[in-house]
Design a protein around this ligand. Structure first.
Ligand SMILES: [Zn+2]
Ligand SMILES: [Zn+2]
Length: 198
C-alpha cells in the first residue's frame, strides 16, 4: 500500500496532496509551496489576474488582428459621449467634439495595439488628437481637464470590457495601479531604446 505524500502549505500551514498545489517544474518537488486555495486568495488580493489579462490584451499581444463582433461595433457606434472626457459627441467636422474612434493602445510598432473590441473607444476629436501615441495613464495624468473621477470612470468601463463583467471597487483600484505600472514600463523601455540607439 502506498501512502500519498503530503506537502505543507507555507501560507495556511495545512498538509495537502500534491494536486492541491500549483505545479512548477523549477521547484524541488515540482510544486509551489502555497496551496491553490491560498494562491487564489493572494491573486484576488493583489489583482495579479487582472494584470495578466491586461498583459494579454495590451501592447504585448503583437500583430494586428481585426476582430470585433457586430454587436460590439454597434455599441461603439451608439455611444454618445467621449470615453475619455465625457463630452457629448457631435457630427460637426473638425470641431473638438467631433465623434472619432480611438485605439486605447496605439496601433504602431512600439505599442502594437490591436483592433480588439476593448481597444476601440469612441472619443472626441480633441482627446483623440491630444492623446496621440501616449499610454492612456500618461494621457490622463498630463491633461488638466481630467479629474480623478473621470479616470475612475474610464478604468471601470475599460475593466468591464477586459473582464466581461463589472469590476468591484477594489478591482478598479488594482487595474488603475496596473495601468500606471504598464505606463512606467513603457516609458523605461523607450528610454532604454533611446540610450541604445544613442
Ligand atoms: Zn494554503
Ligand atoms: Zn474627449
Amino acid at each position: 500500500m502506498t501512502v500519498e505524500q503530503l506537502f505543507t502549505c507555507r501560507t495556511c500551514g495545512i498538509e495537502k496532496p500534491a494536486k492541491d498545489f500549483q505545479a512548477d517544474r523549477r521547484m524541488k518537488h515540482g510544486i509551489i509551496y502555497r496551496c491553490k486555495k491560498c494562491r487564489c486568495k493572494k491573486r484576488a488580493e493583489n489583482g495579479s489576474y487582472i494584470k495578466e489579462k491586461l498583459r494579454k490584451y495590451s501592447y504585448r499581444t503583437g500583430g494586428n488582428s481585426i476582430h470585433i463582433t457586430v454587436e460590439e461595433l454597434q455599441k461603439v457606434l451608439k455611444q454618445e459621449t467621449c470615453s475619455y472626457c465625457g463630452c457629448t459627441l457631435t457630427d460637426v467636422l473638425n470641431e473638438s467634439t467631433e465623434a472619432t474612434v480611438d485605439h486605447v493602445y496605439t496601433i504602431s510598432k512600439s505599442y502594437g495595439g490591436v483592433n480588439l473590441p476593448i481597444n476601440i473607444m469612441p472619443a472626441c476629436r480633441g482627446c483623440n488628437a491630444s492623446k496621440h501615441n501616449d499610454h492612456i495613464y500618461d494621457f490622463y495624468q498630463r491633461s488638466e481637464k481630467f479629474t480623478p473621477e473621470l479616470w475612475t470612470e474610464f478604468v471601470s468601463e475599460f475593466g468591464r470590457r477586459l473582464m466581461k463583467r463589472d469590476l468591484t471597487d477594489l478591482e478598479v483600484e488594482q487595474l488603475k495601479r496596473n495601468l500606471a505600472d504598464e505606463a512606467d514600463d513603457l516609458r523605461r523601455n523607450a528610454e532604454r531604446r533611446a540610450v541604445a540607439t544613442g
